[in-house]
Design a binder for this molecule. Structure first.
Ligand SMILES: [Zn+2]
Length: 394
């Protein structure tokens, strides 16, 4: 059983925290969310909404029910109870259909009307910024960008160091291009450890709802899976981006809309758009290291994508292009390995790269990566086969 006590706001110099005690089977854990003092009035202490969202998947995975001392907004709790929890639990035997007990708040909170999106300086983020900064729909134009430290930077002191480097990079971009930046920090990922790939939409929505009285609209940059990749089967094994079609409407209410940005675009479509967005030429960073490492999963994929669309040269400030060109065979071997594993991003790239693969690379890739790709395919099929729960209504 999880009991979420009543959230309170605590000031400390130039920073202010929304903080709450959470009892898990009698053990108390404190979760806080921190922003600059100027955002104090927008922290939502009246409701448990943010904390229920942030802990929902963790609760289902660890088979807990939730009791809240503070109320939950009526639209939000209706949607979570009616649509989200049954949809997740019916499609994965690993997930408990968590029961949430709370008073319902049918009132309306004040709202500053801010329109935002996250700013990681990655491909999805720059696509969202370039598309929404000058939206033809006046009420959809961005007023602020947000950088939230809610788990994507890793845990503990290393996570905090990663966040600090990321913050400096993002602040430099925002200063140069005149964007207002909302910085937030939280310990939620340390106190309730989760697989960020599986739960990033929940923890991001936690940060949005902690400032529920600030944001009116928020564009959540879709990870480029596209609607055709929608799935709820055994969701504990894959990115929550694959079912944002249900998740984001569940977390949207008449007073706070969270939109998926670019859900109908493939990753390559986004790369093409970002390759035309001049601020990205110096600030694109996909791997969280500064400067970019050139070798991690995200760097490899982005370098190959830029190479595939013939736009690599504009990004010489973001990557070590001499290293990429010198080791092109190495990158192409990894490309084929991922392609053979049916990775969607690499399957989409294949038509653009297939004529650039030498016979030597084909042979080396087959010898080094062929058996591994075959093994991964078998493993992935087993994961997706799953044992979904029989829906209670059948
Ligand atoms: Zn990297």
């Amino acid at each position: 059983m999880i009991t979420i006590r009543r959230p309170i706001v605590v000031s400390s110099g130039e920073r202010v925290r929304l903080t709450v005690d959470i009892d898990v089977d009698g053990e108390t854990r404190n979760v806080w969310f921190e922003v600059a003092a100027e955002y104090r009035d927008y922290l939502c202490h009246e409701r448990a909404d943010a904390f229920v969202i942030g802990l929902l998947y963790w609760s289902m995975l660890h088979h807990h029910d939730i009791v809240c001392e503070a109320p939950i907004g009526e639209d939000l709790i209706f949607q979570i109870r009616t649509y989200l929890i049954p949809a997740l639990a019916n499609n994965s035997a690993a997930l408990h259909p968590t029961v949430i007990t709370a008073e319902i708040d049918s009132g309306t909170l004040p709202n500053a009307g801010a329109v935002g999106t996250g700013v990681s300086c990655g491909v999805d983020s720059f696509h969202a910024i370039s598309a929404q900064a000058n939206s033809p729909y006046p009420s959809m134009r961005l007023t602020h960008l947000a950088l939230n430290n809610v788990g994507s930077h890793g845990g503990g002191s290393e996570g905090r160091r990663n966040y600090e480097k990321h913050r400096q990079h993002v602040q430099a971009f925002c200063k140069e291009y005149g964007f207002k930046l909302v910085l937030s920090d939280s310990n939620i990922a340390d106190v309730f450890e989760q697989n960020m790939l599986v739960t990033h939409t929940y923890t991001s929505a936690f940060a949005i709802y902690a400032l529920q009285k600030f944001w009116r609209r928020y564009f959540y940059a879709s990870s480029g899976f596209g609607l055709e990749s929608f799935s709820l089967t055994n969701s504990q094994h894959f990115s929550s981006a694959r079912y944002e079609l249900i998740l984001l409407p569940t977390f949207s209410t008449p007073s706070l809309q969270i939109y998926s940005e670019g859900p109908n675009l493939r990753r390559l479509d986004k790369i093409r758009a970002v390759a035309q967005y001049e601020p990205a030429f110096r600030y694109l960073n996909v791997c969280g290291r500064f400067p970019s490492c050139n070798k991690c999963r995200k760097c490899k994929r982005t370098l190959l994508e830029l190479y595939a669309i013939g736009q690599l040269d504009n990004f010489s400030a973001c990557f070590d292009l001499a290293h990429f060109r010198k080791h092109l065979d190495w990158y192409m071997i990894r490309f084929l390995s991922k392609y053979w594993q049916h990775d969607t991003f690499y399957v989409n790239m294949y038509p653009l790269l297939k004529d650039k693969i030498s016979l030597k690379v084909w042979l080396l890739a087959f010898l080094r990566c062929g058996p591994h790709a075959m093994f991964k395919n078998i493993k992935n099929k087993r994961k997706l086969r799953g044992k979904p729960r029989v829906p209670a209504t059948c």
